[in-house]
Structure formats: C-alpha cells, structure tokens
Design a protein around this ligand. Structure first.
Ligand SMILES: O=C(O)[C@@H](O)C(=O)CO
Ligand SMILES: [Mg+2]
Length: 256
C-alpha cells in the first residue's frame, strides 16, 4: 500500500498553513509535504510535526521571488550566489523538520543553453554535497510547460540522463505522475524504467489537477502498479481538491 503524504500547499487550504498539519493528521495522514516552509520559523513547523506525530516527506529549496515569477534558481548563472545561500536556508529547515529529501527547482531557462546547463550541474553538485553530508537526498522534478512555461527541467529523459551522468549517490528523480502524463504519457513504462532512480512520487488527476481518479488516467491502477514495482517511498498528494479537502478523500479508500 502506498505511503501517502498530504501536500499542504494544495490540500487543506481551508485552514491557515500551520493549522493544516493538524487537519491532515485528523484526516488520517501520517506524513506531509509542501512547496515552501519559509514564511514560518523552522521551530514552528517542527512543533506542528511533533504535536501531530507527522513525518515531513519533502519540501523545496527557496525558489527565488515566486511572486515576481521565479521558479527556482539552479539553472540561472547570474543567481548562483542566491542559490548558494538558499542551500543553507533549506538545510536549517531540514534539520528542524527531520525531512529525508529536498526538491531543487531549476528555474526558467532554455534547456539547450550551455550556461544554464553548466549552472544547473554545478548547483546539483554543490547541493548534493551539502545535503549528503547531512544524510539527505536531493530530488529533481520535470515539470510540464503548461503549468510552468519556460521551465528548464521539462523532460524526463533529460533528467534521467543527467542523474546517470552526474553519478551523485543522493541525487534522485521526483516522478510527478501528473507532469509525466502531460509531458510524455506512457506513465507505467516510465515508472518501470525509472524505478531505480525514483526518490519521490506525486500524484494528481490530469488535466485539472484534482483528486486522483477524477481525470483521464486510472490513477488507482497506476498507484497499484507503483506498489508492485516495490516503491516504498512517499506519494505526495499534490492536487487541488475540487471541493472541501476532506470531502474529496474517498479515492484513498481503494487502499484502506
Ligand atoms: O509539481 C509541482 O508543481 C511541485 O511539485 C513543485 O515542486 C513545483 O511547483
Ligand atoms: Mg510535483
């Protein structure tokens, strides 16, 4: 049975961020993830995790100025200094929350551009080194160009080749089933082929990013196939509930 993590950026938004932890626990989740914890002190997040007996499955490095359009810094050579500082910030939150992996967003840059490629590789080496010293994995996630136009990491094969070429022991793939289906389809084959390098999985129905099982794929079947492959990491429920979060959790009964 998959181990689900509630994504608190998208789920339980009926509550203030810090109150989403308790809401997730009450709804039956043992683990949570979210994009960014940085609006709250690490101690405040740690306190909620502890109070509700929750595992922190994942969060992202600071992405730059999200409101101004930044979607990560790693492939932006001119932001290298800011990226380096973002590692220290993320690792402070990692230590406080006990998370096992962090997601490094690439930023907006043409994937073919040599300077962007070089900056991205350097960023990965630096982050993997710093995170590895703390026993953490680093994950990278190909994101579809409809949700984030111009995103550097927008191809699963490219991500897999890079992971292979860099040979960094704690660098893994974040396989978001929603992005995979939009970018390439062939989800089950993708899971099969990439299983050895998958470090985190996320799910939402395509195309509306609502509850699993409400879109064009048989998401329950996909999750069962993932299980059969022996994946024992977390599956982040990274979807926008169509109504109240609790009212849309019926799809999880397939795994009760
Ligand atoms: O899929 C997503 O959107 C997220 O996992 C993320 O980290 C960037 O928005
Ligand atoms: Mg995702």
């Amino acid at each position: 049975m998959p181990k689900f993590a509630a994504n608190l950026t998208m789920m339980f938004t009926e509550h203030d961020f810090l109150d989403r932890f308790g809401a997730a626990r009450q709804a039956g989740f043992d683990a949570v993830e979210y994009l960014f914890p940085y609006d709250h002190p690490p101690e405040a997040i740690a306190e909620r995790l502890q109070a509700h007996g929750l595992t922190q499955a994942l969060f992202n490095l600071p992405p730059g100025n999200w409101a101004a359009g930044d979607r990560g810094l790693a492939a932006l050579p001119e932001r290298a200094e800011e990226f380096r500082a973002s590692i220290d910030t993320a690792l402070r939150y990692a230590e406080a929350t006990g998370v096992g992996r962090v997601h490094m967003m690439s930023g907006l840059a043409p994937r073919q551009e040599p300077a962007a490629q070089q900056a991205y590789r350097e960023a990965l080496r630096r982050l993997c080194d710093a995170a590895g010293a703390k026993g953490l994995d680093v994950v990278i996630e190909p994101i579809n160009s409809r949700d984030i136009p111009g995103y550097f990491l927008n191809d699963f094969a490219f991500a897999a080749e890079l992971i292979d070429a860099l040979g960094l022991p704690n660098l893994k793939l974040q396989f978001d089933i929603y992005h995979r289906q939009i970018l390439h389809g062939d989800v089950l084959m993708g899971l099969r082929e990439l299983a050895p390098i998958i470090g985190h999985v996320q799910i939402a129905a395509v195309p509306d990013r609502h509850e699993p099982g409400s879109g064009e794929l048989d998401d329950i079947r996909v999750l069962r196939a993932l299980d059969a492959l022996g994946y024992d990491g977390y599956v982040g429920c990274e979807y926008h509930p169509a109504g109240r979060t609790e009212d849309g959790l019926g799809w999880m009964r397939a795994f009760a």
